[in-house]
Design a protein around this ligand. Structure first.
Ligand code: NDP
Ligand code: MG
Length: 380
């Protein structure tokens, strides 16, 4: 029996993780956590019977405590609660499916308690990869990727020595605005940006896919997960989203992982630590698909990717500033306070104004995030 705790159980990845678990006899839920959606969390508690549940919002935690008083589930609140849930004794794996840098501290708590991490939360490695990867090694835990691109690489790597890898080829759909030029993006509305052609995801990551910031974050993450430098990571646009990523090996051979766009496969693969199990769902039909096409990303229009790569090359605290500036910009865009292209302007201006801290600790990263938010709020 694998005992699983989920941070962010009410979100897109969280609910799909529960869907995978509900179909497997040897997977069990021991802990759940969300930000504020206690209505859904209550349903999940009643269906999956975890021992612990945590709610980021303390008031909502109290409300949930009253609502589920008839169950055996203990309810925790606030950051302390999230961390306690992440480190709970009764679990083996922690799924980190929270959105945002708020995921860093609970992830660290999980690692220090010896939990394998099924990692969806991008911000953890993007901003604190230099802390997380050595820590995982020290505590002997595995970081199992959930994101489809990193899972594809993890699947393609199966049995190969990391010395045999020459290059990672990370695929991108190109997002809903692929093929458009800058002028054509000036009047993009929130509704347009929330329509992803192939994947159904949370709001923040859907906007990030439209700006290509998401691909930038994935490149930054891949660097840490697979210990590769940026000169050996290439983004390839593959609009049908059936190739989820590829590895080019030193002999020129390439191994790709293909499948329909369904996050339940990478989630399940991570939960079983890289073992294959049956999964229902649509299979890839090549004849129906007809063709798979490729292009280079348009880095001039979709500045999210080159800006992310620049932040990653500079390193230190710059990825945190890139990420925090993007988070704030996406929030302002979703609130219709800025225009689509302002997202790039905000990221670029904020990065230019930042003096890099070389080896930031967790506290510095979190302080810097808040400072970055405040600076942007005062200017926009
Ligand atoms: P969603 O927005 O759908 O879900 C976010 C989850 O985080 C919810 O459960 C939410 O709870 C919880 N949460 C938000 N704020 C807090 C908080 N302060 N304290 C505790 N919990 C909080 O996001 P996604 O599932 O799309 O994405 C989650 C992460 O996975 C992101 O980092 C994303 O980049 C990454 N990812 C997502 C993919 C996808 O297909 N969706 C693919 C690959 C990676 P509540 O509902 O209560 O607000
Ligand atoms: Mg992805």
């Amino acid at each position: 029996m694998k005992r699983i705790a989920i941070l962010g159980s009410t979100g897109s990845i969280g609910t799909q993780t529960l869907d995978v678990i509900s179909k497997k006899e040897d997977l069990e839920v021991t802990g759940l956590a969300a930000g504020s959606n206690i209505t859904m969390l209550e349903q999940q508690i009643r269906q999956f019977h975890p021992k612990l549940a945590a709610v980021g919002d303390e008031k909502k935690a109290q409300e949930l405590r009253e609502r589920v008083a008839d169950t055996d589930c203990k309810i925790l609140g606030g950051m302390e609660g999230l961390m306690e849930m992440a480190a709970m004794e009764a679990s083996d794996i922690l799924v980190t499916a929270i959105v945002g840098m708020i995921g860093i501290r609970p992830t660290i708590a999980g690692i220090q308690a010896g939990k394998d991490i099924a990692l969806a939360n991008k911000e953890t490695l993007v901003t604190a990869g230099h802390i997380i990867m050595p820590m995982a090694k020290k505590y002997g835990v595995r970081i199992l990727p959930v994101d489809s691109e990193h899972s594809a690489i993890f699947q393609a790597l199966n049995g190969e020595s990391s010395r045999a890898v020459h290059k990672l080829l990370i695929t991108a759909s190109g997002g809903p605005f692929r093929g458009r030029k800058r002028e054509e993006l000036e009047n993009i509305q929130v509704e347009d940006a929330l329509k992803h052609p192939n994947w159904s995801m949370g709001q923040k990551i859907t906007i990030d896919s439209a700006t290509l910031v998401n691909k930038g974050l994935e490149v930054m993450e891949a660097k840490w997960l697979f210990d590769m430098d940026l000169d050996h990571i290439q983004v390839v646009v593959q609009p049908q989203s059936v190739i989820h990523s590829m590895i080019e090996f030193v002999d020129g051979g390439i191994i790709a992982q293909l499948g329909t766009p369904d996050m339940r496969l990478p989630i399940q693969y991570a939960l079983y630590g890289g073992e294959r199990r049956f999964l229902d769902g649509e299979r890839l039909d090549f004849a129906a698909l007809g063709s798979i096409t490729f292009e280079n990303p348009d880095m001039e229009t979709f500045r999210g990717l080159p800006l992310a790569m620049q932040a990653s090359r500079i390193g230190g605290s710059m990825p945190t500033v890139f990420n925090a500036a993007n988070e704030k910009a996406v929030e302002l865009f979703l609130k219709r306070k800025i225009r689509f292209l302002d997202i790039y302007t905000i990221i670029e201006e904020t990065m230019n104004a930042h003096s890099v801290i070389k080896n930031p600790g967790v506290e510095e990263i979190i302080t810097l995030e808040q400072e970055t938010y405040r600076k942007i709020e005062s200017r926009w």
